[in-house]
Design a protein around this ligand. Structure first.
Ligand SMILES: [Mn+2]
Length: 467
């Protein structure tokens, strides 16, 4: 570690240890809940009273949720990008500490808030989420907090830090290795599919859309037949999950999948990924690996129950866990329904994108996820743009866009397209190259869609000319 990051982490640890009381403000996604839980447990162990506040976004409307008292205001997974809001609201630099990984925007009048942000420390920290930073600070406060490394990994995986490389990188990987050395997790070479601890393997591989596996993606029966040929399933009606395979079977599965890709002229590059399993959780539980664990936390957050997710992180396997499981099932069934709605209704295809308006049928917090799932069953080459109404802002329309890794490599950047176009219509956009969102005023939907289409067209055009 460079001396700058060591310095910042130790001073954050000192600020927290020396505080009399803490108000913890965190984001409601998996990384935000994992971050909050690391800090909640760290503070409890130090006997420092803490009051958690979860918010969807740090914006003028949510500022009143932060109490005005003498407590330390600890922001995790948000804050760096909203320093002007904190300044406008009158928070002084010595009552605030930010642990974040989003791009910092300095406050206009120059208040310098104390923060540890992965953006400051170079490549090693580029692929590390807020939960990773929270864990490093927690470990600095007390070395016995090594058990919280598990949540550091869950937050990182939940924030897609392993997506591009098929594994965690830099400091985030160091956290996973450290956890493995201490028996907290098991790093296993695996396939780049979801549900490796809970789903029948033929369903996991047939659900794969990154990469699309020819003859298998979208075809569960064909996937089962494939597993019989590969010697993994005794018969086509068998059900085995990935985690039940021994190393030899994993090798057989990998080479059969690779052959399937090569035979169809596809690259095997995105077929494999490192997976992070937690041996202390029961087998076949959705908490058994980092990516399924993160989904459960996301489900809690998206259905306005982040504190339930935090209780699960803290070890609750009783009432709160049952509630979390219920939300996970609900979350999945609504998304499945939404995905079917998109496929049944059909999308409008433009030259570079495809669009649909889901109105008020589904909550705006899950529309993007459903769009991503529907995309693999539509034209995967064209990004999907879904509009929906927002219950608490009737004059706004929410826009969610999703694409896939292959399209990103052709030059598509959804975040850029939505930021530019939303700004032109007095809205605001944000996100990542592969998944982004925006809010725009009601009434300009058609012009907005045309503009996004134009921008996406421009993004892929220069590459097309070179070919
Ligand atoms: Mn995050």
């Amino acid at each position: 570690m460079s001396s700058e990051v060591i310095h910042d982490i130790s001073s954050a640890a000192d600020i927290i240890s020396e505080s009399d009381a803490v108000t913890l403000v965190s984001h409601i996604d998996a990384d935000g809940i994992a971050s909050a839980s690391i800090m909640l447990q760290t503070l409890k162990r130090e006997h420092i009273p803490v009051n958690p506040v979860f918010i969807r976004q740090l914006e003028p409307m949510t500022i009143p949720h932060i109490p005005r008292d003498s407590s330390l205001k600890l922001f995790t997974d948000l804050g760096s990008g909203q320093q002007h809001l904190l300044e406008d609201a009158g928070f002084t630099s010595d009552e605030v500490l930010i642990l974040d990984h989003h791009i910092p925007q300095p406050a206009e009048n120059g208040t310098e808030y104390r923060q540890v942000n992965t953006q400051f420390y170079g490549d090693e920290y580029q692929k590390c989420s807020a939960a990773g930073i929270c864990y490093l600070v927690s470990r600095k406060i007390n070395e016995n907090n090594i058990d919280l490394s598990k949540l550091g990994v869950v937050g990182n995986v939940g924030d897609m830090m392993a997506r591009e490389a098929g594994k965690l990188c830099g400091i985030a990987h160091w956290i996973a290795e450290d956890a493995e050395k201490n028996g907290i997790l098991q790093i296993r070479f695996g396939i780049n599919c979801y549900g490796l601890s809970t789903r029948a393997l033929h369903l996991s591989i047939s659900n794969s859309d990154d990469p699309v596996i020819p003859g298998i993606s979208g075809k569960p029966a064909a996937a089962a037949a494939f597993l019989v040929r590969a010697g993994i399933y005794p018969s086509e009606s068998s059900v085995r999950i990935f985690e039940e395979l021994n190393d030899d079977e994993v090798r057989k599965l990998s080479s059969s999948l690779a052959e399937q890709m090569i035979a169809n002229g596809e690259s095997t590059e995105r077929l494999f990924a490192e997976q992070y399993f937690f041996p202390d959780e029961p087998e076949k539980s959705p908490l058994r690996n980092a990516s399924e664990y993160a989904t459960m936390l996301n489900a809690c957050g998206r259905w306005q129950k982040p504190a339930v997710g935090a209780a699960v992180c803290e070890g609750d396997r009783g009432v709160r866990y049952c509630e979390a499981e219920h939300m996970l099932r609900h979350h999945r069934s609504i998304i499945r329904e939404l995905c079917e709605y998109i496929l049944d209704t059909g999308v409008d295809e433009l030259s570079a994108i495809q669009t649909i308006h889901t109105g008020d049928r589904y909550p705006d917090t899950v529309v993007g996820i459903g769009a991503g799932m529907a995309l693999s069953k539509l034209n995967p080459a064209k990004p999907i743009l879904v509009l929906c109404t927002v219950s608490d802002a009737p004059d706004q329309v929410k826009v969610s866009m999703r694409t896939n890794e292959r399209t990103v490599r052709r030059g598509v950047n959804l975040q850029e397209a939505l930021c530019i176009s939303a700004a032109e219509f007095n809205g605001a956009g944000g996100g990542h190259n592969i998944a982004a969102g925006a809010y725009i005023p009601k009434g300009c939907e058609n012009d907005f869609i045309r503009r996004v289409n134009e921008l996406i067209e421009e993004q892929v055009a220069p590459r097309a000319k070179n070919c």
